[in-house]
Design a protein around this ligand. Structure first.
Ligand SMILES: C[S@@+](CC[C@H](N)C(=O)[O-])C[C@H]1O[C@@H](n2cnc3c(N)ncnc32)[C@H](O)[C@@H]1O
Length: 255
């Protein structure tokens, strides 16, 4: 996976087709590789009630565009982490700002002191590590009244639904993330974003179809294939009742 992301972040730096894809699908070109458009990012910002000077961590920040947008609109001090050096280098060059810091590190080896952050955000990144362990670490990293905003999809293979879920029933408290939050005594609310996710996948497919020849001319067809396959997979899984997307807003109370 790491090799794939190195290729991805190298390619998108110079891809006009991918830049147009992001602008049309997400509302802005911030080099997104998650599923959140600017409406979902705004939902996260509003739900977290971020104050100026809050200390914020973005787990899996990619090239830092979303983090820059959150920090700029809220006045937070922010740190973005991602394990891809190319992404972090690009973040420094595109979104330099005295309130922002970018660190190339693995989520599995975060080196921040306990209570370093008021807020953690993470968009489509928790999948890449063991979720219970990551949540345990994040719980320690936030202050006693800290909050987290986690945008997360749970997708089961439509032909092979996970045994813990009945088809069509993917409630927020039964996803691996919901279970991990509860087991670490973290309270949360979850907003169901499955329907917008389906519409978003449809939009992605139609924009990609229009841009296909541009991706081919640039020799970046792998970007097209990655995002097209992903959109198809999301739609098939939602049709089968085996996929759900949620915004989890998590609050820590006590130590
Ligand atoms: C699906 S992308 C989402 C990126 C960004 N949050 C967005 O919404 O566009 C997942 C990101 O997590 C990063 N990532 C995956 N595994 C990681 C790990 N073990 N440590 C740090 N970053 C990781 C990838 O490099 C990638 O930038």
């Amino acid at each position: 996976m790491k090799d794939w992301y190195e290729r991805y972040y190298t390619a998108i730096q110079h891809s006009a087709a991918y830049s147009e894809f992001c602008t049309r699908v997400f509302g802005r070109n911030l080099g997104q590789h998650g599923f959140s458009d600017m409406d979902q990012v705004q939902l996260l910002i509003d739900a977290l009630d971020i104050h100026p000077d809050d200390r914020l961590l973005d787990l899996g920040c990619g090239i830092g565009g979303i983090l820059n947008s959150v920090a700029s609109s809220t006045g937070a001090f922010a740190v973005g982490v991602d394990y891809i050096e190319q992404a972090v280098t690009l973040a420094h060059s595109r979104y330099a700002n005295p309130r922002l810091q970018y660190v190339a590190t693995d989520i599995g080896s975060l080196c921040f002191n306990p209570g370093s952050f008021d807020i953690v955000i993470s968009i489509d990144t928790l999948y890449f590590n063991a979720i219970p362990e990551t949540i345990a670490v994040l719980r320690e990293l936030i202050t006693p009244n800290g909050r987290m905003g986690l945008l997360y999809s749970h997708g089961a293979d439509p032909d092979n639904p996970l045994p813990t879920f009945d088809r069509g029933e993917l409630p927020s408290d039964r996803t691996p993330l919901g279970v991990a939050l509860s087991s670490h005594s973290l309270a949360y609310t979850a907003t169901d974003l499955t329907e917008p996710d389906y519409k978003h996948a449809l939009l992605k497919k139609s924009v990609l179809e229009e841009l296909h020849s541009k991706f081919v001319d640039e020799r970046n067809e792998f970007l097209y294939e990655n995002r097209y396959g992903e959109a198809n997979g999301v739609m098939a899984a939602i049709d089968a009742g085996a996929h759900a997307r949620y915004l989890y807003i998590v609050t820590k109370t006590g130590k």
